[in-house]
Write a protein that binds this ligand. Sequence first.
Ligand SMILES: Nc1nc2c([nH]c(=O)n2[C@H]2C[C@H](O)[C@@H](COP(=O)(O)OP(=O)(O)OP(=O)(O)O)O2)c(=O)[nH]1
Ligand SMILES: [Mg+2]
Length: 127
Amino acid sequence: MKKQNISIAIVQNEQQQLLISRRQKGQHLAGKWEFPGGKVAEGEAYELAMLRELKEEVGLTATKYKLFDSLQFDYDQLKLNLHFYLVSEYSGEAQSLEGQEVKWISPEQLKDYDFPEANVGVINKLL
Ligand SMILES: Nc1nc2c([nH]c(=O)n2[C@H]2C[C@H](O)[C@@H](COP(=O)(O)OP(=O)(O)OP(=O)(O)O)O2)c(=O)[nH]1
Ligand SMILES: [Mg+2]
């Protein structure tokens, strides 16, 4: 099966908090907490996909960011290539644009939220 490319934004605010959101009913991994992001479109650059998803899901425009981690993870039938970017500067206020729960938490709080298995290594790097 073809690997699906996913681009993800780990947004950090001035208080060093991180932005997380909750996957909704009907979505793959419903109920899990995540960093905003989604599928890279055909022919789209990973970085542009991250910028687009961040804007579409929570209304933020990233202005300073760097690649934080890239990894492969297979969920049964679904094979993913995940590209995580750390966003350190942005404009706008985080909003819930898709009806999802959205919140800012400190890095120490990450362990209190249930994230997808693919995120374990990334979360350990953020703690
Ligand atoms: N956004 C995001 N997705 C993650 C994380 N960890 C993880 O395994 N995933 C998986 C869940 C999904 O299978 C895939 C992300 O795709 P998505 O469902 O968000 O895609 P999308 O935003 O384009 O949404 P859709 O319109 O296609 O429903 O990556 C994470 O931290 N953030
Ligand atoms: Mg998404």
